[in-house]
Design a binder for this molecule. Structure first.
Ligand code: 13P
Ligand code: ZN
Length: 281
């Protein structure tokens, strides 16, 4: 047994658990990209009961936290989440203080802390947006598992200079790098600027999640969902790269670009269906 494995009430609570290690690695990676300054960003991942029970005592919750918004649809489900006010830079050094494994209560009105969030820490303040997004994505994609929010630098910058119409925003991103249309043919959505951490921004975000995997929060960051950490993180990387190219062009004269016809040919070649109402072919 490795030194990092600790016995807890007869169960093995381990920072070697794959879901704890995955969260530690991805938060570290996001921090090193400069997207998650201070306590910026939050991640939640839906877990299987069986997998959690292998590493954590699920019979004796450490404490219960009341939710300000009911999530009946998630009753009994398990999540690993980042803590509120926690610095991504520190997660890898001390996962138990910065992450938490939660179970939604039977009524959907509270969460039980099963592991982590040491010393009275609480789940991310964006839990309404995370939970409401999980609910909507599970309705349209049974393989859905991850919600990831980050302050991706170039995406934020682009929301200052680009029209916030989501079809126009999507088209510009598609035009910036050839891979974009293939990676997110369903496009990106945009909500108006709103106060973070509120149930209102949660509802607005989740409403977009009915049709999109990506919601842009102007002058703040991005919410992205997916079935695996690789797919979810890869989607943010691709969007952030396209936004970086847009910012590098920075209004200078464009001498050639990918045409709508070429984008349509690309979609046909990769057998993806571009979101309707964007390409004019
Ligand atoms: P938390 O530290 O509560 O997760 O908040 C960070 C953030 O990015 C808010 O939008
Ligand atoms: Zn944020």
């Amino acid at each position: 047994m490795s030194a990092s494995v600790i016995e807890s009430k007869g169960y093995i609570a381990s920072v070697e658990a794959p879901f704890i290690r995955e969260m530690s690695e991805i938060t570290h990676h996001m921090w090193s990209l400069g997207w998650d300054e201070l306590n910026g960003g939050n991640v939640s991942c839906l877990l299987d009961e069986e997998e959690v029970a292998r590493y954590i005592n699920i019979r004796e919750p450490q404490r219960t936290i009341k939710l300000t918004f009911p999530v009946q649809e998630l009753a009994g489900k398990y999540f690993i989440v980042t803590g509120s006010g926690k610095y991504f830079r520190n997660v890898i050094k001390d996962p138990e203080a910065n992450l938490g494994v939660l179970r939604v209560s039977g009524s959907g009105e509270s969460v039980e802390v099963l592991w982590g969030l040491r010393s009275g820490a609480v789940p991310t303040s964006e839990l309404p947006s995370h939970f409401m997004s999980h609910i909507e994505r599970l309705k349209v994609d049974p393989s859905h598992r991850i919600v990831l929010h980050t302050h991706a630098t170039n995406v934020i910058a682009m929301t200052f200079t680009h029209d916030l119409d989501e079809l126009k925003f999507t088209k510009t991103l598609w035009e910036m790098c050839t891979e974009c249309l293939v990676v997110f043919p369903d496009g990106v959505s945009v909500i108006p600027w709103m106060v973070p951490g509120s149930s209102e921004i949660g509802r607005a975000t989740a409403d977009k999640m009915k049709d999109y995997r990506v919601v842009i929060w102007p002058q703040h960051g991005i919410f992205v969902t997916g079935a695996t950490m690789d797919a979810t993180f890869g989607l943010v990387e691709t969007i952030e790269k396209a936004a970086m190219v847009y910012n590098l062009i920075g209004g200078r004269e464009i001498k050639q670009k990918i045409t709508d016809r070429q984008l349509a040919d690309l979609a046909a070649a990769f057998r993806v269906t571009p979101k309707a109402g964007i390409l004019e072919v």
